[in-house]
Structures are given as C-alpha cells and as structure tokens.
Design a protein around this ligand. Structure first.
Ligand SMILES: [Cu+2]
Length: 491
C-alpha cells in the first residue's frame, strides 16, 4: 500500500483569498488587534481514575484558519490538535479510526514506553477504513512534561502532519520539578504551519514554502492576556512538518526553563528562542507595563539547500490589570527538584558501543540518507543489547539543517562540532548543524524499550524521502531478532 494512494488534502480558498492576501501576509503581516480572539486550548481529554479512554478519528476536515478556509486532515475535527492530559501511572487507551484515503498511524513523541504490539508501535500502519487500539501504560516514574503525538506514516508523514494530524500529550508534574512555576498561569502554545500551493492543494507540498499560515493552537493571530508584572509559564510545542520557529516578543525576554519536556538545570534568559521541528520549549514570560506586545515568528532558513520560512506576527500579548484576578506575586527563585530524573547526566564511565551516522542527501534524486541508505521497512539497521550505554556521532554532510530524533529514549548532548556542551537536561531531539556533527550519549537500559523502533530526521520531508533507520533493542538472554549493525562500528 505504501506510496500508492494519493493524499487528498486540498485547500479551499476563501473567495477573496487567492494568493494575494497570503503574499501580503508574508511581506508585512497585519497588525493584530488587542480585540483579537483570546488564545484557547483546543479540545482537551483528561484521565480519570488512572485511565484515559479516547477515540481519535483521522479524517479530512474543512476548517477556518483565521479568515482562510482550508481543507486539512485532523483528529476529531480540531486543526490545533486535541490535548491529552495524563498522570504518571495512568494508562492511555487510544482508538484510532482511519477515515483517510491512505494509511496512517500514531507515534507518541518523547514517551519512554514500549514500542511493541499495541504500544508506541510506529512500524504498524493503519489502513484506510481500519481501526487500531493503542494501549500506552505511562510508567509511574516517567518524566512529566509536554509531549506530542502525530502521524508516522512513512512517505505520508509530511503532508498528513502539515494538514493537522498531530496533538499534544501532557504528563502532569513539570511544576513539581520546577517548584517556582507552580503558582503560575500555564499556557500551551502549539505551533503549526500550513503551506498550500498556489493552486490551493496539499496534494504535493509546495516548494519553496512561500505561502504559509502560522498558527498557535490552530488559531491565527490570537491574543494572550497577562497582567503587568505577572509571570506566566508558556509551553511551546513545534508541531510542524518542516518549519523552524525563531520567536521574539516585543520589548520582552524569555527565560527558558524546560526543553523537550525536561527541566533545564540552568535556566537561560534570551531575547530569541529557536524551536526546531518536534522540539518543545518551556519559557517564563514576565509582562512589562500595560500595553500590547507582538509575538513574532521571525524569518528562518534551514540553509543554502534548505527552505525559507517567512516572518509572521504570531500573537499579541496584551498586558492589562485584571481586577477580577489577584495581583501577581513575585516569582520565587528557580531551582530543579532533586527528583527530576532527566536532570541528571547519563553516566559515561562505561561506554558499550560507539556508532557513527552520516545524514546526507542527493540533490539529483531528491533522496535523503542515513549512512548512504534510505529507509527500508524490512531492514533493521542497528541492533543493540539491552543495557548498553552508547555514544553516537551524528554527522550532517548536507547544505541544510537536519533534526535528529530517536523514539523510546532520551539522550544527552555531549558536544556540538567538537565543542563540549555543558549538561543541561536530557532531550529527545537535536539539531545537526550544516556540515557539522553532534555527539550524544544514549542509555538503552530500560527493559520497557525492548523491540524495534526508529530514529530519523524530524524534518518530515526528509524522513518521507528516506532519512530514517530502524533500531532493535534486544534482550541479550534471548538474542537479536535480526542480523544488523554490520554497517556500524562496535567495540
Ligand atoms: Cu533532515
């Protein structure tokens, strides 16, 4: 079935919205009115008594993105994606019904859970008209944070995800790990980017991405309310197929307190945050004097051979006294609880294997490779005995960025271009600089992760065109199911 069915996601233009308004939008976005609709959280589902039972119907959907009528593919009709709330120790029962004309499935990004059977099994495809029941027990000691789930249909992932097939999964408890954030108003900001072609079709994703609609929680240019002097916790999740976000907030700075769900050991104050596809960033924002401040997505580029994403005003932060709410309390000193598991480095006193992966592309064929091979559903590329702690060198030999992500585990970034990186929390995604390399340490030590899963570039155009490999973590008492790792070095 793979590759054989056309994806029918079309954009239906609002009568007045032929290319002109989109072009105008990208040259100079309209100023956002303080009367804009307030930022909302999309459809939410919360676990009860240790269970979350939810049915997600993947279907083509006509929806409004601001003033623009678009046709995407959504879960339960919500372009911004339903939000699933769970607690550690809960079990997620998720029924996926595929109403699309092509295969799809769901991957639970960042969760350290089983990849087998009805678990986080991104190898299993759900055919058109079929239903699949995911059962994801969240371990009692699982790190809390903002995770997300999305389609992982190889060769369809870019278009399906851009059309809307993603959502957020929050495991409660981040605020317990960073106690100063407990009293703060928490906001989820899901960043998406929709790029129709000029004919109004997402049948093929247009290049370059000169027409894009950037949204927050599926809303076009919403308003974010805050009081002067108030600090809020904004939890940003990049749920785009390909787009990097470079965010600035007029007259304000951000304090980064979390990355990829996990607390930063050392919070960072910055005027600008860059969020790669699939990454999550938790920031504190303290509002200045009463007034309106624009949250801007600045222009980004992924390199000479990559893509350009135009600037757009994303949202308007409106700072105003709200007499219905208590005046904001000062922020307590930031520190990370000793219980935060992902805030401890991975021990490096015993490294069981070192491997090298080169991320490359061929402009002539448009294919993308890891170690000179495109993804093969049938082939296990790396075989790892459970218990290994490994160091991987990830080399980018292309004229554009790649974004490394591996399922089932978090990892530690050791160095970027040979320069040691001070430990600042574990991550599940890392940017590979152009013609550069990143060294990471990964602990394949949790018995839950035994099975086959993937690592890949999270620029989904690249993943769809081959930049993905399969890994097997096996129980050494049983032995590997496959004969892999011939192409990588072990010692
Ligand atoms: Cu890539």
């Amino acid at each position: 079935m793979r590759g054989s069915l056309p994806l029918v996601i079309a954009l239906v233009w609002a009568t007045q919205a032929i290319a002109g308004p989109f072009d105008a939008l990208l040259r100079r976005p309209p100023a956002i009115s303080p009367q804009a609709a307030p930022l909302q959280t999309p459809l939410e589902y919360r676990s009860q008594n240790g269970q979350l039972n939810v049915t997600l119907e993947a279907k083509e959907t006509d929806t409004m993105v601001g003033p623009y009528a678009v046709r995407g593919a959504t879960y339960n009709g919500v372009y911004g994606g339903p939000v699933l709330h769970l607690k550690r120790g809960d079990v997620l029962h998720l029924k996926l019904i595929n109403h699309l004309a092509q295969e799809t499935n769901i991957h639970f990004h960042g969760l350290e859970v089983s990849p087998l059977d009805h678990g986080d099994n991104a190898m299993h495809m759900v055919q058109p008209g079929e239903t699949w029941d995911y059962e994801i027990p969240i371990p009692a000691d699982h790190p809390p944070g903002v995770f997300w789930y999305h389609t992982h249909g190889h060769q369809f992932a870019e278009r399906q995800l851009m059309g809307g097939l993603s959502g957020t999964l929050i495991i409660d408890g981040f605020q317990d790990e960073v106690p100063a954030t407990k009293p703060l108003t928490e906001r989820l900001l899901v960043l998406k980017d929709f790029a129709p072609d000029k004919a109004g079709s997402l049948q093929s994703v247009p290049k370059p991405f000169h027409l894009t609609l950037k949204t927050v929680n599926g809303q076009f240019q919403p308003r974010i309310d805050i009081q002067p002097g108030e600090t809020q916790l904004w939890r940003l999740s990049n749920q785009t197929a390909n787009a990097y976000f470079r965010l600035s907030l007029q007259d304000h700075s951000f304090t980064i307190v979390g990355h990829d769900s996990h607390p930063l050991v050392n919070p960072q104050v910055t005027r600008e945050i860059i969020i790669a596809p699939a990454e999550r960033t938790d920031v504190l924002v303290t509002a200045g004097a009463a007034g309106s401040y624009t949250l801007v997505a600045e222009k980004t580029t992924t390199g000479p051979a990559g893509d350009m994403f135009g600037a757009q005003d994303l949202a308007l932060m409106v700072s105003a006294v709200d007499s219905a709410r208590p005046p904001p309390a000062p922020l307590a000193a930031l520190s990370v609880s000793a219980n935060a598991r992902t805030s401890k480095p991975i021990p490096g006193d015993r490294i069981d294997a070192e491997r090298m992966f080169t991320f490359s592309s061929d402009p002539a064929t448009g294919l993308f490779f890891i170690n000179h091979a495109t993804f093969d559903h049938e082939e296990v590329n790396v075989s790892v005995p459970l218990g290994n702690i490994e160091e991987w060198t990830l080399r980018n030999s292309a004229d554009e960025l790649h974004t490394f992500h591996i399922h089932q585990v978090t990892f530690q970034v050791l160095s970027i271009n040979g320069k040691p990186v001070p430990f600042n929390g574990l991550v599940d995604t890392v940017d590979l600089p152009i013609h550069g390399e990143v060294k990471v340490r990964i602990a394949f030590t949790d018995p839950l992760i035994v099975g086959r899963f993937m690592f890949h570039c999270h620029i989904l155009e690249h993943e769809d065109k081959g930049m993905m490999q399969q890994i097997e973590v096996y129980d050494p008492k049983v032995g590997p199911m496959s004969d892999a790792s011939a192409s990588t070095h072990q010692h």
